[in-house]
Design a protein around this ligand. Sequence first.
Ligand code: BES
Ligand code: MN
Ligand code: ZN
Length: 489
Amino acid sequence: MLDIAFAAAALPTSGTLVLLAIEGEELSPFARQADEATGGAVARAVAASEFKGGKGKSVSIPGPGAGLSRIVVVGLGKRDELTARIVEDAGGSLAAQLSAEPVLAVDAGGLTPELAAAIAMGATLRGYRFDRYRTKEKTEDKPKLAGLTILTDAAAQATSAYAPMRAVADGVFLSRDLITEPPNVLFPAEMADRCQKLSSLGVEVEVFGPKEMIELGFGALMGVSYGSVTEPRMVVMRWNNGGDARPVAFVGKGVTFDTGGISIKPAGGMEDMKWDMAGAGAVVGLMAALAGRKAKVNAIGLVGLVENMPSGSAMRPGDVLTSYSGQTIEVINTDAEGRLVLADVLWYCQQKFDPQFMVNLATLTGAIIVGLGHEHAGLFSNDDSLCEKLTAAGRATGEKLWRMPMSADYDKALKSEIADMKNVGGGRAGGSITAAQFIERFVNGKPWAHLDIAGMAWTSKDAPTIPKGAAAFGVRLLDRLVADNFETE
Ligand code: BES
Ligand code: MN
Ligand code: ZN
């Protein structure tokens, strides 16, 4: 991870210096100092360009003198429109632009300590890289940005503001690693082993195997698992630092590979289904974030881990499964497996822990991508107040949610001729909604929200704070939900 330091403003004598500019304001006193040291190079470059400090705009001055390899002036837009998100994005973009530079110093003179820390957070998040399986990459092709110094007069305060952010970034990185790992490496038992490592942060971890889950009566989750030679797991992670408050609970779909089962998927793009455990990956990253920053909350993370494979022992279309709740399910399509996994884990969660609420995350339906694209995750819920809190956390972190409707009329589509319900609605109409209606039947009326993250889990192009690949969508969102609403004191 990128080395971050906060230090008092003093002109560096090597590397790249980044100056931040606010639209419509004069350059900061520090920037004027840099200008003087370089014989007016900064003022000349700014005057000769269209640069006015607008958000996302920048001027680059190579070889400005004073020992520096480059000065970059980065615009943040207008002061009264400045948010942590904008500053983070600026930090992320400059980490990407300047990845060939050895040392980078950013003048945060005009910013609060929180915003100075947000630059570092943005740069850190963008600096993520998964190169475990690249054995032939030349050193000169690897990104070189190793360290970033944020120059601020409030270095001590910025350092303390950054500490919890760094813990969240660790959670995001853990989540991205899990989601990116190939499916032959990261099967359910391996993922459970990686969850176990959270115990070093003070998280209590309990792992359930097939024997325990069969004994409990997890007929829906086990139905998915029977086609695979790799054993399923359920992992319960508990972070207890909220006194006697009732816990909050997060549940993730962890299908480590989804072939579709007997209702097999087409070959094209099937490799994407390695990230069908992104919901579970987010829950694990979230637990690491909460523990890492010692959040004052009692939080429980549960993940249902299975592989969905076709084989002689796989469940068939037409099978009837008896879920842990006792409700029976006619399997129409074995590719609608995520809801079967969630059904048992959610029922277990509310029975065992009686949480204040449950939020589940799942790459549940292709239909949510048709509806919302890659800008918002679908939010489905039986609780308006929980929805408002989640939506606000989404806006603050940039992990945006859009609420979708639910109702008894949609629920009717799940009626089965032989069992209590079938696992898909009739036809393709409202596919994400009927999936949510299915899940709702397993929350026992408790406050609950379902996030369908199928369109958000994996990005095909770089974003300012997310290099293309696994986004770890949900880690920052739910960390913020907890920080803003559910910590004691
Ligand atoms: N994991 C998929 C959903 C998915 C599709 C995630 C594309 C990311 C990208 C899920 O298990 C699935 O197969 N859903 C089916 C449901 C259908 C059979 C009712 C789908 O969306 O086609
Ligand atoms: Mn599927
Ligand atoms: Zn799936």
